[in-house]
Design a protein around this ligand. Structure first.
Ligand code: AVJ
Length: 320
């Protein structure tokens, strides 16, 4: 079966307006910031896939080992009819779940939702080709805004993998989990991947790799703004910075102006002082007890918590 046409909830104009709003708000703020969703144009999605294969970037491998071990159990426990994936990207690890559901039977529909049209086109076509009989309904959208567009009906399992929930600030996370719970019916399930707090000597290199792929991924957001908004950032004049915040237990990616600069973007003249940072991403790390508390506060009942053999990453199965 081929994939159904993508349902687009972030259309050209809408996307462009949101980009302008985010760029204007972030570049006039102090400190300056940009939300991480804008990393994922076609090039950024490719660079992220490259990151997942880096020796320093442990989350993907750790989460994959958990899913390899637990996919059968997840399929049995949930018996889901519909699998919804938020921030699906390439859906590469999700195939472990699709394989388990295929062996078990009963899964009818796969609904990946992502901001990246290019990533979604590829993944929906490939999954539809590889899982005959599975209905594949890709949704172009943003998991912080389009949870109300998810298909209705019980028997749903929502998966949010990779630790992407860590991109949300604590208050945004509370809103996101409440909205996810509100979109579900009692008995539906949530499978949540979270990177765990550990020695910063392990975390920092994962966000500042020796080959410089993460640095390119970070600078790519400036290239995207140059292209989409006709701005004149000089990406090479910004250094890639990955900083561990021990109080908030998150890693921040920043772009540091190496000399004073003035950038023309939209109708703004944005001044950077030498050494001034633009924050491009927060990636929070979690403790098992914190995850359980946040899920309970949102109205989920914890069912299982699994880690990989090295205790790097956690996957939680919870019930609405
Ligand atoms: C896709 C959000 C899970 O935070 O680890 C990878 C993105 N940023 N390297 C992460 C990312 C820098 C990634 N997530």
């Amino acid at each position: 079966m081929s994939a159904e046409p993508l349902e687009i909830h972030l259309e050209g104009w809408d996307l462009d307006r949101r980009l302008r709003e985010d760029v204007e708000a972030g570049l006039t703020a102090r400190p300056k910031w940009l939300p991480p969703r804008w990393f994922y144009d076609a090039r950024g999605s490719e660079l992220f896939e490259e990151i997942t294969r880096l020796p320093e970037y442990y989350p993907t491998r750790a989460e994959r080992s958990i899913l390899t071990e637990r996919a059968g159990e997840i399929a049995e426990l949930t018996g889901a009819k519909t699998l919804i994936e938020l921030g699906s990207g390439s859906s590469e690890k999700t195939r472990l779940l699709l394989d388990a559901f295929t062996r078990r039977g009963g899964l009818g529909t796969f609904v990946p939702l992502d901001v990246s049209v290019s990533a979604l086109r590829q993944s929906t076509e490939q999954i539809a080709a590889d899982y005959p009989g599975l209905r594949v309904r890709g949704i172009v959208g943003d998991f912080t805004h389009h949870l109300d567009r998810l298909p209705a009906g019980g028997g749903r399992l929502v998966v949010f993998l990779g630790g992407t929930i860590g991109n949300l600030l604590p208050a945004e996370r509370v809103r996101f989990l409440a909205a996810t719970r509100a979109a579900l019916e009692p008995g539906d399930w949530l499978l949540l991947g979270t990177d765990l707090v550990k020695d910063p000597a392990v975390i920092v290199p994962a966000y500042d790799d020796a080959a410089g792929v993460t640095a390119e991924f970070n600078r790519n957001v400036l290239r995207m703004i140059n292209r989409e908004l006709g701005a004149d950032f000089e990406p090479e004049a910004f250094a890639h910075v990955a900083l561990w915040d021990p109080e908030r237990e998150w890693i921040e990616m920043r772009l540091r102006a190496e000399r004073p600069m003035r950038v023309r973007v939209l109708d703004l003249d944005v001044e950077f002082g030498a050494g001034e940072d633009l924050r491009t991403e927060v990636s929070a790390k979690f403790r098992p007890e914190g995850i359980a508390e946040e899920l309970a506060a949102a109205g989920f009942a914890g069912h299982a918590f699994w880690t990989d053999a090295d205790g790097l990453f956690g996957v939680t199965l919870a019930r609405a």
